[in-house]
Design a protein around this ligand. Sequence first.
Ligand code: MG
Length: 355
Amino acid sequence: MKITDIRAKIIHLGLPKPVVISRGTITTADTVVVQVLTDEGISGYGEGTGATFITGETPETILGAVRLLREELIGTDPLAIGHIHRTMDRALVGNGSAKAAIDIALYDIMGKALGAPLYKILGGVSGKVETDMTILIDKPSVMAKRAKEVVEQGFRFLKVKAGADPHQDIEAIRLIREAVGPDIHIKVDANQAWSVSECLWIMEELSKYGVDVVEQPTRYWDSDGLVHLRRKGRFTVMADESCFTPQDAIALIKKDAVDMINIKLMKCGGLYRALEINSICEASGIACMVGCMIESKLAIAAGAALVASQPNIRLADLDSFLSLDDRGQLRGGFTISGGEITLSEEPGLGIEVDM
Ligand code: MG
């Protein structure tokens, strides 16, 4: 089998409410959908969606990067995914979302060629994944109301965005815990907003409300800060923006800087590198979560298949598609009930896209 063409286009998704986190506010949800075509009539779909203040990419830069990579990859065997990643990395530094879009499409092709759903291709036995729901920064009372609503819908895991103001963060968690009761798992994501000392006292306060996992408390370059927090704090430290690549994961683990790593396909360049990061973590006794950017159900289906296939990935934060209106441009992939995603049994991702 050979790649004959790689098409890419920007799909406009509706984002009814802006996404507010401590690093910035996202008001548009355009995403890049890629289709990799082959000489055997099989084609695969992938998606790349960055965030300027996290991956440094825009839909336009992703399109440009995919066009550049297309020139390198036409004529290549789409199943030679490791070779393709080495080719992409030689041709273009960074640009994880563009690489992830191609990578996801290649795995979709592999599934279709073998007649098996992606989660089985990756080694899984069940296509079920439980995702959390993210509660965005707002007035604490509004956040608590939202948390109550989603718990009533069946979500058992909440991820609460923090970092706008410490007192407001604590008040939000207090009200959320009051609203959802003792059995719901709550973690916080500060998106780099805190200093080491702020994190220590804030987490001390949050522990009173049963919160013991903090995601990316300090700036992405401050792995020393994470080391301090692990030594002094009594909570789980998860790296997100500090870990893009397998090399980042090794560096953090060698320094004893993390208890967990949040893998995102858009940071690392897709499933191939995500599997590498998870293997490094698993061999080091570090559990993983899989998170997402503002991804549609296309990339979310790939992320969920990854979670379903890897027992070391203990948590899933794959809720972005729920805040998007894809206007029927993407069909299939999975269903969701409460927080439980059930992946398609169709070959590959099982997704149809209007290209
Ligand atoms: Mg995060």
